[in-house]
Design a protein around this ligand. Structure first.
Ligand SMILES: C[S@@+](CC[C@H](N)C(=O)[O-])C[C@H]1O[C@@H](n2cnc3c(N)ncnc32)[C@H](O)[C@@H]1O
Length: 199
């Protein structure tokens, strides 16, 4: 399902040939690769602090452009990027306001910033079923498959600690963005947001 959400995000980003597209927290490059397929005439750059992730990305797409770095210190000039994207990475920023400030700095006026992120879902029944799945089954299956329990405990804890729609919208308004699109996927367990840089 996550691939279809990434595709939806990219479709809503109004990416046009010739644009510079920055995929923050690119990991193994899923968004960057999909954006390059949709817009082969764009200059797509993936950025991530984890050299192991970037090495896997390079293996998958040797021709792609990628760089090591953190959202809080983007190695790009002011107003040099048309579109910034981030799927399932915002939760990991050390400091969200610093990340927003950097994204705002590198985006051209009117540029778009799109993100996908997980949080606790809303509702009466679904959060109970989802909570059982996400808090118990995911860490168990993740540990069996990866033999690395810490990663799946971190996933569970960071998702449940992450703010939802209202907080993210207000943080972005403070940082100089206005909300263009929002889609609550699975009762808000995943949020798809597109913001425009306004001033
Ligand atoms: C779950 S992966 C997301 C990968 C990819 N975007 C995807 O959709 O599959 C989260 C990524 O966030 C990165 N990350 C951690 N701290 C970060 C930071 N301060 N700035 C940017 N990315 C960060 C991690 O290295 C990791 O690759």
């Amino acid at each position: 399902m996550d691939d279809s959400w990434r595709q939806d995000l990219i479709r809503r980003m109004e990416i046009k040939p010739g644009q510079v597209v920055l995929d923050i927290s690119t990991g193994t490059g899923d968004i960057a690769i999909a954006a390059s397929k949709i817009c082969p005439q764009c200059q797509v750059v993936g950025l991530d602090p984890a050299s192991n992730m970037v090495a896997l990305f390079r293996k998958k797409a040797p021709e792609a452009t990628m760089t090591l770095g953190e959202a809080e210190h983007l190695p790009f000039d002011n107003e040099s990027v048309d579109r910034a994207l981030c799927s399932f990475g915002l939760r990991n920023f050390h400091n969200r306001p610093s990340g927003y400030a950097e994204i705002h700095r590198v985006l051209k006026p009117g540029g778009l910033w799109g993100l996908l992120e997980m949080t606790a879902p809303k509702g009466r029944i679904f959060p109970i079923i989802y909570g059982f799945y996400f808090k118990h089954l995911v860490p168990l299956l993740g540990t069996i498959i990866s033999l690395y329990p810490g990663a799946y405990q971190y996933l569970r804890d960071s998702v449940y600690a992450f703010p939802g729609y209202e907080t993210l919208k207000s943080e972005h308004e403070t940082a100089g963005f206005s909300l263009l699109h929002y889609r609550a996927i699975m009762k808000g367990a995943v949020g798809l947001y597109v913001f425009r840089k306004i001033h």
